[in-house]
Write a protein that binds this ligand. Structure first.
Ligand code: NCD
Ligand code: ZN
Length: 340
């Protein structure tokens, strides 16, 4: 077989991204906009985005931070049980989706929903269903850390049954049981991250502790990783790339009470190319990182071909802007693909 030396990704899309705000946004924004044509931006700022005013001004700040690149930020708002139909109708053209966080399951989710009872969620979800606004979900309970996603599956199932016309995206799936459910209901979709394709719990806590690989949902067992890998490498039509790149200050990760979130924006396309090449699935990479998302969300991204070349890329030990320092996943390691 002829060795592949370069590969073009057309209009890469990251369908789950945390860009944060202020100097952190200025640091990490360009790390995505340099190579991606667009991204779905998460609303879990502190405080989360729940008003039109906050949404529009955040959009402006993102634009400003990424102004050197052609890049479309598809913003979302933070799910609330009391969003009216009129409020959502007014915002429909400004947002790509609404993101639902159960209370307290991850970073900045203290104002998330305190009950996942369908009847409590119904008013907002029915309005979204009528308006054709997709729902993105952080699907975890507060149970034992390795079982949180599995325990949430009945809730996904009940949402899928009660709101058949609502597009529901199971974000950052991490366990093999989620895949069975994804296949079962037409209105369920999923995103997969780089770290859930690359790591298991051993990489976080099997040897020396690696706080930079600690995230919610926690990376799991080898068989979970293999099942996710199969799904991504085959570019399953209901699955999209969503990095869940979630930067935190170096100090907030390397400490007692370390924050959850893995920063991968700057390495994602290189790692994915390496992975898809290794398994002989490069032909599916454009579907996984762009075409599936275009079809699922009805997007027409800007044309932005990115050339990956087979050349060593040494991942920086950290990235810095003013006082903000962020350590990427695989810091200091060498990847075999670079962006030209
Ligand atoms: C994310 C963050 O830091 O905002 N953290 C994470 O571990 N993934 C939130 C999230 O997506 O859960
Ligand atoms: Zn996230």
């Amino acid at each position: 077989m002829k060795e592949v030396k370069s590969f073009i990704i057309n209009s890469a899309l990251d369908m789950h991204l945390h860009l944060r705000d202020d100097d952190m946004l200025k640091l990490v924004g360009p790390k995505t906009s340099q190579s991606f044509a667009g991204a779905l931006i998460m609303p879990n700022l502190a405080p989360p985005i729940t008003t039109k005013e906050a949404l529009l001004s955040y959009k402006k700040r993102i634009k400003e931070a990424c102004k050197d690149d052609d890049f479309e930020a598809h913003v979302t708002i933070f799910f609330q049980v009391d969003y009216s139909y009129e409020f959502l109708k007014d915002l429909k053209d400004e947002i790509i989706a609404v993101k639902l966080y159960p209370f307290g399951v991850t970073t900045n989710s203290e104002t998330g929903v305190s009950s996942m009872d369908v009847e409590i969620l119904r008013p907002t979800l029915e309005s979204m269903e009528k308006l054709g606004i997709p729902l993105c979900v952080h699907g975890e309970t507060k149970g034992f850390v390795m079982d949180r996603e599995k325990e949430f599956l009945p809730i996904y199932e009940s949402l899928a049954i009660h709101f058949p016309d609502l597009k529901i995206v199971m974000e950052h799936i991490s366990s093999k049981e989620s895949i069975e459910l994804l296949e079962k209901y037409d209105n369920l979709y999923a995103t997969i991250t780089v770290h859930h394709l690359m790591l298991t719990l051993d990489d976080v806590a099997g040897g020396m502790l690696n706080p930079h690989a600690f995230c919610k949902p926690i990376v799991k067992r080898p068989d979970d990783r293999e099942s996710l890998l199969e799904l991504a490498l085959s570019a399953h039509p209901k699955v999209m790339f969503g990095s869940d790149s979630a930067p935190h200050q170096k100090n907030a990760k390397e400490c007692h009470h370390g924050a959850a979130g893995v920063f991968t924006s700057a390495i994602a396309l290189q790692v994915l190319t390496e992975l898809f090449e290794k398994y002989g699935n490069l032909d599916n990479l454009n579907s996984f990182v762009s075409l599936n998302a275009q079809r699922i969300y009805g997007l027409k991204p800007i044309k932005k071909p990115i050339k990956l070349i087979k050349k060593d890329f040494e991942v920086p030990k950290s990235y810095r802007y003013k006082d903000e320092i962020v350590v990427p996943l695989f810091a200091g390691q060498t990847l075999s693909w670079s962006i030209e």
